[in-house]
Design a protein around this ligand. Structure first.
Ligand code: PMP
Length: 771
């Protein structure tokens, strides 16, 4: 390629003004009043003024330019104008015989192609003058141009040019022209990295005809610094689309001290039109470096061969060096990460973990973080979470991403709905109605009314208002270490979070049905009945308050993941109702198929709760929660009281919730919870045989508890804490729960597979062996 005829080698045309006017008149029918020579690298250009107003650009091209390439450029301009008429490109004026250009004999006897274009106003502006907005908008124009060319085809598009960054490795022989050894080593590093990381994947990137040279030399800007003209299509070729963006970043920003920061603005502008694919985003920094390395190398080479043209050839080279230096000073991986972040359109920038931790502790002093060394997460996928260095963590703790972190269907549903409409629920809209109907179809028929809010706390709070209104009573019964929320009303229902000695007078607690370490044990006949009988005592203890409702998490998660036999819930519900209380099933933890048998964890017992509360997993991370209740019960709330939460049931939340239900069904996740849960449970039981500190393994589906105890069945709390830390160090995230905090809590996304269960089991085995 480097042997190819270099246009700089071929002298630019030198037509006289009179000859030019005659071509314009005879071949294009343009009567010029005056001609103004314009600068050009390899062509001769004139601004043409006419007596009746319109201005034109008259371009006599270098005879070295291939005619099929000129034909391609003409066709591309027509294509762009058709697809995106708003783009400020030149339009070719046909010759009197209808051609895009004419061949004209030059003073030297050679034949030159000559073209006339509409004249675009604007000026060539130095990059240091560009504001952040101007740079952002430049990115947008770059993307629009790429999009306008998306469907364009031309047989000459395989045009090979030195500047095409994908050909970077071919420049290696030219590196000898870099006389500074340090510089040569730096450029070599760019080439090495390119060959290792970029070249192998380039053929798989989306490719098309691209402009390929959106530098400020080829673009005119208006007074507001927005692009008013794209004037040169001489480097157009078929290449990966992302190269257009890489070239714009390198060529527009080189020489600016803030080049890397400014690049983020340019990228953001670009992705506002054309989102990047993951692989493209990951390669962008290397492609920018490739363009800068190309610039540096070709300048050095040309300087040797065309000393007369050295000034032009080297014009932008110092800026390219400075930009490449700053990329290397920051570290290519860090720059790649920043560009990747900018391409995702995130409104924040990644910080170093230690800085972030300090800032967080200062700004959010009461906001809890897991682990002695908190996990800094930047993205998730399926059962995995990733930190900024790309280390992955197997997430065995989170029920929020019930269908897997960042599930594409949920993400897409949310994004598309957000683009379409995001408002409150006081207008008529399909999503909220469909969601209500879909949920009702999964519930006992009596629960024919749905109400949507934003969090489990809010849903339990609302259920509490309904319970009090419907029963006329004011007391509640909850299990001894229950958690039902953060609000004033639900904190009262959450003994797990009560301060020392705090117990509201209107709340009574019952022992949770712990058949392993509680007062009644699984081996004893009627143990569940005996637990349930405590409800009577608790109800009586409420005195004048009377029992408005019992709140039950059917899996007793915060009580230590107890999963009692179905008879317990039946008996508990019966006794609560006998005292006139309502039964609220809090499915915030255990719902959405986690139990492996039903969508809702109360269903295995056959009870029909008066209210069902849904939350956390409902939107796979998008805040949405609900209360399902009977319309009859709702009548207790006076008509004049409006039950409305601004964000509750907004179209985006409902789109998320509907997508979650669809994914659970389509991917068979309830069955997967049963299958992988049973496998994992079996593995845990096997571990228990080897490690006596495992006192009990219990739970259903993918909500499992591993209780750690000493020989006297006393809680090994310190042990559990150490284990969660040790597992975190091994890249597996677990929690600890229960009144004594000695129960390892395994509650992964329902897309957990056997191979993941094996990773968990193996790591647990090792940690248990070494502790
Ligand atoms: N109920 C239960 C059973 C919960 O586990 C939680 C939260 N962990 C809540 C209610 C409260 O939900 P939120 O944090 O969304 O308010």
């Amino acid at each position: 390629m480097v042997e190819r005829l270099d246009p700089l080698e071929s002298t630019p045309p030198t037509f006289g003004e009179e000859a030019a006017r005659q071509i314009l008149r005879d071949r294009f029918g343009v009567e010029s009043s005056s001609l103004h020579p314009l600068a050009g690298e390899r062509d001769q250009n004139f601004r043409v003024d006419t007596a009746d107003g319109p201005r034109f650009l008259f371009k006599i091209s270098n005879p070295a330019d291939d005619r099929p390439v000129l034909e391609m450029q003409a066709a591309a301009l027509r294509h762009i104008e058709h697809v995106d008429p708003g783009l400020p490109i030149m339009r070719a004026l046909p010759s009197v015989t209808g051609e895009s250009w004419v061949e004209v004999p030059g003073p030297d006897g050679r034949t030159y192609p000559a073209r006339v274009f509409t004249f675009l106003s604007g000026q060539v502006i130095a990059n240091t003058a560009l504001t952040t907005e101007a740079i952002w908008s430049y990115g947008q124009i770059t993307a629009r141009l790429g999009r306008a060319l998306r469907g364009f085809f031309h047989p000459a598009a395989d045009y090979e040019i030195q500047w095409d960054v994908t050909h970077l490795p071919k420049l290696r022989p030219l590196l000898t022209h870099l006389s500074d050894a340090h510089r040569r080593a730096q450029v070599e590093r760019v080439l090495d990295r390119f060959q290792a990381r970029v070249a192998p994947v380039l053929p798989g990137l989306r490719a098309q005809v691209i402009h390929g040279d959106l530098s400020l030399d080829n673009v005119l800007l208006g007074d507001d610094l927005r692009v008013t003209g794209i004037v040169d299509f001489g480097d157009m070729t078929h290449a990966p689309l992302i190269c257009d963006l890489a070239v714009a970043i390198a060529d527009v920003l080189h020489g600016r001290e803030d080049a890397i920061d400014a690049a983020e603005s340019l990228i953001r502008g670009y992705v506002s039109v054309t989102p990047l694919e993951e692989q493209e985003a990951g390669l962008l920094a290397d492609l920018v470096a490739a363009r800068l390395a190309t610039e540096i190398t070709i300048s050095a080479w040309r300087q040797r061969f065309y000393p007369d043209n050295a000034a032009y050839a080297a014009g932008s080279e110092p800026g390219a060096r400075a930009f490449l230096d700053s990329m290397h000073a920051m570290g290519m991986d860090s720059v790649a990460r920043r560009f990747g972040d900018a391409s995702r359109g995130l409104p924040y920038r990644r910080s170093a973990t230690s800085d972030l931790l300090e800032r967080r502790r200062r700004a959010l002093p009461r906001s809890p973080l897991f682990y002695e060394h908190p996990v800094h997460v930047v993205r998730g996928e399926g059962v995995w979470l990733f930190d900024p260095d790309g280390r992955r963590y197997l997430d065995c703790y989170n029920n929020v991403p019930v269908v897997g972190h960042s599930h594409p269907r949920v993400a897409q549903a949310v994004t598309e709905q957000q683009r379409l409409l995001a408002t409150h629920s006081r207008y008529l809209h399909e999503a909220i109605v469909e969601l209500a109907e879909r949920l009702q179809a999964t519930m006992p028929p009596g629960l024919d009314a749905a109400m949507f809010v934003n969090s489990g706390s809010e849903a339990n709070d609302l259920a509490w208002r309904i319970a009090r209104a419907a029963t006329g009573r004011t007391g509640a019964v909850v299990t001894a270490c229950a958690y039902h929320g953060l609000t004033e009303a639900t904190h009262a229902l959450s003994p797990e979070e009560w301060a020392e000695g705090e117990q509201p007078a209107h709340v009574a607690t019952i022992p949770a049905p712990d058949g392993y370490r509680g007062p009644y044990r699984r081996e004893q006949d009627g143990w569940t009945q005996r637990y349930a009988a405590h409800i009577d005592d608790a109800g009586r203890a409420l005195g004048d308050h009377g029992l408005a409702a019992i709140y039950l998490d059917p899996a007793f998660t915060s009580d230590g993941i107890l999963a009692p036999p179905p008879a317990y819930l039946r008996e508990a519900a019966r006794r609560a109702r006998a005292m006139g209380g309502l039964v609220v099933a809090d499915e915030v933890q255990a719902g959405y198929g986690r139990s492996g048998t039903h969508l809702w964890s109360f269903q295995a017992s056959g009870i029909e709760p008066d209210m069902v509360v849904l939350g956390k997993p409902m939107g796979n991370g998008f805040p949405v929660a609900a209360v399902l209740v009977s319309s009859q019960l709702l009548e207790a709330i006076p008509e004049e009281i409006e039950l409305f939460s601004t964000f509750g049931g907004n179209p985006v939340a409902c789109a998320a919730a509907l997508a979650v239900l669809a994914v659970i069904e389509d991917e068979g996740l309830v069955a997967n919870a049963a299958k992988v849960g049973a496998y994992l449970r079996q593995g845990l039981l096997t571990l228990a045989e080897r490690h006596p500190v495992i006192g009990d393994v219990r739970g259903e589906g993918l909500l499992l508890g591993v209780e750690l105890t000493d020989e006297a069945r006393q809680p090994a709390t310190g042990h559990a804490r150490k284990m969660t830390e040790a597992m975190r160090e091994r890249g597996i995230l677990l929690g600890a729960t229960g009144p004594a905090g000695n129960v390892l809590k395994i509650r992964p996304p329902l897309v957990l597979e056997r191979e993941h269960a094996d990773l968990l089991l193996q790591a647990l085995d090792e940690v248990l062996a070494s502790s």
